[in-house]
Design a protein. Sequence first.
Length: 105
Amino acid sequence: MSQRKRNRRHALEEILQRNPRDPFALYALALECVNAGEDHQALNYFQTLRDQHPDYLPGYYHFAQALRRNGRTWEAAEVLQAGIEVARRSGNSHTLSELEAALGS
């Protein structure tokens, strides 16, 4: 892992230590883990994000992709369906179409 990526991850971890319920920090840290090939840790962050902030739409797509990469396709479909429901409720048609496309693939 490059020094820049380590610094970014460390900064996100510090933000999360100060505010464990920060939805963006959880999301960004999960993505950092995905990029580092640490899907297990990413899945933990995505699950925490979904548990604490079920209306935080950006996490659903990437959570489902990480689940699929780990052979958990049934759970991925459930996550996508839940995200679709949130997108419909919030009127976010762009995210709705992305999640529907991912569910259909």
